[in-house]
Structures are given as structure tokens and as C-alpha cells.
Design a protein around this ligand. Structure first.
Ligand code: AMP
Length: 492
């Protein structure tokens, strides 16, 4: 059996006696590296570029004959700040994970990559996405004697692999994939291979890249988004396909497609908000997609005004598209501080309110006496929009027209985007006029669902066979919500 070493950073741990963070919806970023040495540094660089996908916790597992693990709460730059930490993660293969949990305290036991010592040796897994039958599986695994160490849905992979009756690691891994429902982009590490896998619908992104640092050995990277590649000095090879499992070992790289081919449903909200704008997903630049969404929003929701102002940073590309299409000047009427985290991760409404003010300030000289079109990517609870409209008015704007670069978010996501329960979604409980009144804008307009599809696909939504997962806007959930339907998770 291989030895494994584990270090953890406790500096920022908060414990939560009632496990209030024990929810099963997490946004995350994953990285895998197959090279000859220094895999931990490369992984940390990749995770740093994927910081927007998860800011609460991070971890890396490497292998050099033994497994080495370091996981901690905080940003990549904090958890891996000390060169001694990276020095204790030797080896040429590694996987890493950034975690973005929901409200409440984060516990170290939920920080990934998860690691286990199996019959066949050590095995580590990092998961982006959210499983929809994890609770049901967990119940039956616990009944069979599996001892869960964390409350994250991802841990079911570990136990399903452990109890699988197949003899080799790949077959066990695929056996586990065939039992889970939901969204997953996975990277996994055993003593002699790196594995990457994407769920059959391809809800979350995952890409393959190549490192050109070594002439004797082919070196590979896997990451959630292409924006990680340049930080890692890697070149883009291709998107990992929905339903594809990639295995990298000393013999090279191979691809397995263990599932029947079904229509893909990539998450449309990755284009709207979640992915980094410099990423390319399935041959589409996220930045250009957002500009096109802004242009379509201008066509659908025109209004006479003097300036177009983005809510930074997420509203910037759409506002550029809106300004260009409407021929109204683009101005930075709101300035964002980059020195605080996302307001969304703050646990209570009161703190979230304060957070919005800390994060954004108005640029009075631009806004005074102007008719302003404010552009943001989405309205979730409405906290941000309300505060921003208030601030823009206080800065002297004559009119404030709010335009949103996505349809109203009326339904919760169960596949890995952190949205609150549907009762807390402003658009679930209010119509557009009511929302406008509550937010205090002179007018409010959203892009339509078909408008969003036209911007991305140059055609409308195919209602028979939708091109994307758009459940947060339409309530059309492409993967069964088993736990939710059986009341096994907190209902959203
Ligand atoms: P809210 O204040 O709850 O309406 O949140 C809306 C703001 O949060 C928008 O400015 C979005 O850019 C951002 N946002 C939307 N969805 C998410 C998410 N899943 N995670 C973090 N931030 C989000």
C-alpha cells in the first residue's frame, strides 16, 4: 500500500455545529496535470486562473510514488502562498479543486480533492457540478456500511468506486459514473493514471490542453476552462466531450465513451455569468457571446438614454454589446473594488447589502443629470440591483433604466450553480413590473429566452430538443431531480 501525506491549513476554519453549509449545490473549478515534475505548482497556477469558480476552499493532491495532499480554506493565493506548502507536494501528476460552497461556514471535511485508500491503492477525485441522486445513493451506501467523511455529494464517487465489483480502476470508475445522476466534470488521480470525465449531457465545462515542456514525454493538462491554460503554459487541444472519459497514463492518452449518445445540454448560465470572459467554450468565446447577448438585449429592450453603464465586472461585455447596438455611449459610471470577495457568498441578507456598497461605488461626474441604462448579467435575489439603482440615483442620474442580459431567473439550479431556493428568487415571486418597483428603476427589461438563444446560436430555442440547459430560466430540468423529488435534500 502506498503511503500518503496530508497537510491542512486550519487558519481560517469556522466550524458549524448545525452543519448549515451541508448543502449539496456547489460551484467549482478543477485542474489535472500529467507531466514529469512540479505538477503542484502548475495545478496551483491553473486553480488561480479558475478562482472565479470557487473562492472558499482549495486543495491539491500529487503523486510521486506516494500521495501528497494539501487542502485549506481560502483563496488559492492564500492556501498555497507559502512555498513550503508546494514543496511538500512533489510529483509529476496532480489534481486540484476550487470550491465555492453556499451559505454558512465551510468545513475542511468538505474540501476537495477527496482522497481514499482503496484495495487497488490511493485514489483522489475532484468534482465540479452537482449530483441529483447523491442523497439516495448515500443512504444505500451507509446502509451497506460505508462511512462518509464529508457532507459533499461528491463523496459518493469514492464509495461507489470502493465497493465496485470490477477489478480494474477504470471499470470501477465507470461503474460509479453509471450510478450517479446529475452534472459532473471530474478529474481523478491514481498511482499510474490521470482520469477526466464529463457527464453525458456535458452540463459543466471541461477541456484538454497540452504542455510542450518535455520532448521525451507527452504532458497534458485538464481544466474547467481554457482561461487556465495560458497561466499553465499549456495549449488548447479540445473540449472534453459530454459523456467522454479520458485516461492519461505512461502509454499515452485514450478516450472511452461509456454512455449512449444523448443530446448535450451545456449550462447556458456559464455563458451568461459564470465562466471567465476570456474562456472559449465549445468553440465560442464567452466574451463575444456576452457582447452578442447585450446587442440582442438592446434590440429587444430599447430605451432613449444618454449613457450605457455596466454593473462591473459581470455586466461589462453585455453593456459593450448594448452600447454598440444602440449607438449610445458606454461609460464606466460604476467603479468596482477588486479587494473584496463576491457579495453573493455572504451568508445573511444584511451583510450582503453592505457588501454591495463595499464592492461598487458610483462615478458621480459621469452619472450626474444623465439618463442611464444600467446593464447587469442577472437578477437573483435583487439585492445588487436595488442597491446599485439607489446609488446611481444618489449620484444624480436623471433616469435609471435597468436591462438584464439574461431572462428572469425563476428556478433554482440543481446542477452546480449556486442559486438560493426558488422562494428567494425575485423573479419567482414577482412579475417584471413588481420587480421594477421593488428595485426602484424607471424601467426594467430582460432579454427573452429566444433572444438569448439567438445571441448564442443564431437560432431560437429548439423546444423539442433544447440546445442548452436553461432550467434556471424555464424550469425545464434535463436531468431527473431524484433527491429533490423524494424530499431527500433541502428543497430549493
Ligand atoms: P442578487 O443581488 O442576489 O440579485 O445577485 C445578482 C448579482 O449576483 C448579479 O450582479 C450577478 O452578477 C451575480 N450572480 C448571479 N448569479 C450568481 C451566482 N450563482 N453566484 C454568484 N454571483 C451570482
Amino acid at each position: 500500500m502506498n503511503k500518503s501525506s496530508e497537510s491542512i491549513s486550519y487558519s481560517t476554519i469556522h466550524t458549524s455545529p448545525d452543519h448549515e453549509d451541508d448543502k449539496f449545490h456547489e460551484e467549482c473549478g478543477v485542474v489535472g496535470v500529467w507531466t514529469t515534475q512540479d505538477a503542484a505548482s502548475l495545478t496551483a497556477l491553473g486553480l488561480h486562473a479558475l478562482q472565479h469558480r470557487g473562492q472558499e476552499a482549495t486543495g491539491i493532491v500529487t503523486y510521486d510514488g506516494n500521495f501528497h495532499i494539501h487542502r485549506g480554506l481560502g483563496l488559492v493565493g492564500e492556501v498555497f502562498a507559502d512555498p513550503q506548502v508546494i514543496a511538500k507536494l512533489p510529483g509529476g501528476i496532480a489534481i486540484g479543486h476550487n470550491r465555492y460552497a453556499t451559505t454558512g461556514a465551510t468545513q475542511l471535511r468538505n474540501v476537495q480533492p477527496l482522497y481514499g485508500d482503496f484495495e487497488f491503492g490511493g485514489f483522489a477525485v475532484a468534482h465540479n457540478g452537482n449530483l441529483t441522486n447523491a442523497q439516495l445513493l448515500r443512504q444505500s451506501l451507509v446502509r451497506r456500511g460505508c462511512l462518509f467523511q464529508s457532507s459533499t455529494d461528491s463523496e459518493v464517487f469514492i464509495h461507489l468506486i470502493a465497493i465496485s465489483l470490477y477489478s480494474n480502476v477504470i471499470d470501477r470508475f465507470i461503474d460509479a459514473l453509471k450510478q450517479v445522476q446529475g452534472a459532473y466534470s471530474l478529474v481523478a488521480l491514481s498511482k499510474d493514471m490521470l482520469i477526466a470525465a464529463r457527464d453525458p449531457l456535458g452540463v459543466r465545462p471541461l477541456i484538454l490542453g497540452k504542455l510542450n515542456q518535455n520532448k521525451e514525454k507527452e504532458c497534458w493538462v485538464v481544466a474547467s476552462e481554457t482561461c487556465a491554460l495560458s497561466s499553465m503554459g499549456a495549449e488548447f487541444v479540445r473540449d472534453i466531450e459530454p459523456g467522454e472519459v479520458i485516461i492519461i497514463n505512461d502509454e499515452g492518452i485514450r478516450s472511452i465513451k461509456p454512455f449512449h449518445n444523448i443530446s448535450h445540454r451545456f449550462c447556458i448560465f456559464e455563458y451568461v455569468y459564470f465562466a471567465r470572459p476570456d474562456s472559449i467554450i465549445e468553440n465560442k468565446s464567452v466574451y463575444i457571446a456576452r457582447q452578442k447577448i447585450g446587442a440582442e438585449l438592446a434590440l429587444e429592450n430599447p430605451v432613449e438614454a444618454d449613457i450605457v453603464v455596466p454593473v462591473p465586472d459581470s455586466g461589462v461585455p453585455a453593456a459593450l454589446g448594448y452600447a454598440k447596438a444602440s449607438n449610445i455611449p458606454f461609460e464606466l459610471g460604476i467603479i468596482r473594488s477588486h479587494y473584496i470577495g463576491r457579495t453573493f457568498i455572504e451568508p445573511t441578507d444584511q451583510i450582503r447589502n453592505l457588501g454591495v456598497k463595499l464592492k461598487h461605488s458610483t462615478n458621480g461626474s459621469i452619472l450626474k443629470d444623465k439618463r442611464v441604462i444600467l446593464i447587469d448579467d442577472s437578477i437573483v435575489r435583487g439585492t445588487t440591483s436595488k442597491k446599485i439603482v439607489e446609488m446611481v440615483r444618489a449620484a444624480g442620474a436623471a433616469e435609471v433604466h435597468l436591462r438584464i442580459a439574461s431572462p428572469p431567473t425563476r428556478f433554482s439550479c440543481y446542477y452546480g450553480i449556486d442559486t438560493p431556493s426558488k422562494e428567494k428568487l425575485l423573479a419567482h415571486t414577482h412579475d417584471i413590473d413588481e420587480m421594477c418597483k421593488l428595485i426602484g428603476a424607471d424601467s426594467l427589461g430582460f432579454i427573452s429566452c429566444n433572444g438569448l438563444y439567438k445571441a448564442l446560436e443564431e437560432k431560437e430555442r429548439n423546444n423539442e430538443k433544447p440546445q442548452y440547459c436553461d432550467a434556471c430560466f424555464t424550469g425545464d430540468y434535463p436531468i431527473q431531480l431524484t433527491d429533490h423529488d423524494m424530499n431527500l435534500t433541502q428543497n430549493k
